[in-house]
Design a protein around this ligand. Sequence first.
Ligand code: FPP
Length: 262
Amino acid sequence: MPVAHEEFLTYFAEAPDGSRFDELDLSRVPRHIAVIMDGNGRWAAQRGLARGYGHAAGVAALREVITACVRLGVRALTVYAFSTENWNRPQEEVNLLMSLFASTLIDELPLMHREGVRLKYLGEMDDLPDDTRETFERGLRETADHTGMTLAVAVNYGSRAEMLRATRALARRCVAGEMRPEDIDEAAFSSELYTSPLPDPDLLIRTSGEERLSNFLLWQLSYTELVFTDVLWPDFTRWDLVRAIVEFQGRHRRYGGVEDGA
Ligand code: FPP
C-alpha cells in the first residue's frame, strides 16, 4: 500500500475506545471515498455561534480527513462543498463560503505539495466570483503533476446539471457526425461527467444524520455503499472515518449479482 508506514502508525496511534481501528483491513481500504460534509450550521448553533464558525471548524475537519485518507492509501477523496442550490443561502453566507474556499485552498497548498495530493474541481467554475475561480485555477495548475491522492472538490456542483451537460456534449458529437447514438454507452456518458476519469466512489459518507443524496453524484453512486452518521461535520475525525470504512468493509457488494457461493 502506498503509505509511509511510520507516518501511518503515528497518525493512527492511540485509537480511542469504540474506534474499531483493530477491525480495519488495510488491504481493503476503499479506493474512492465521497463525503457530504453536513452539519456545520447546526454545530455553530449548538454553541451559540454564527454559522461561519461552523464552516471554519468544518475546514479543520476536512484537513484531518484529507490527511487520514492519504495515510490510509485512499486514491481519491471527493467532497461536496457547495451545491448549485446553495446559492439560495443568504448572500452574506455565500460570500463567506466563497472566501473560505479561496483562503482554504491557499492555506492547504503546502499540505497538498507535501502529500502529493492532486486537486480536481467538480462543477461550473465560470459562475464563481473571480478570486475564488482564480484560486481554484491556481490550485489545479500547481498540483497537476502530483501523483498521490486526488482531492475532488465539488463547488457549484449539481448532479442533474452535470448529467444534462454530458447529454448535450454527446448530442453535439452525434450532430457533428463524430459518433452515432448507438455508440452512447455508460463509458461514453461517464467520460463527459466532471468526475472523469475517476472511478466511481466505493463509499459515500454523509454526516449530521441526514439520509439523502441532495443532487450529489447520482450517476456515479449507483453501486456505492452509503454510510450515514449522526456526527456533525466539524466533529468528524479520523476515527469516524475509520468507523465508516470498517462498516463499508462489513458490507457485501454484489453489483446486482449474487453472493459468491450462494
Ligand atoms: C454543510 O453544512 C456545509 C457546507 C455547505 C460547506 C462545507 C464547506 C467546508 C467544510 C469548507 C471546505 C473548503 C474547501 C476548500 C473544500 P450546513 O451549512 O448545511 O449545515 P447545517 O445543515 O447544519 O445548516
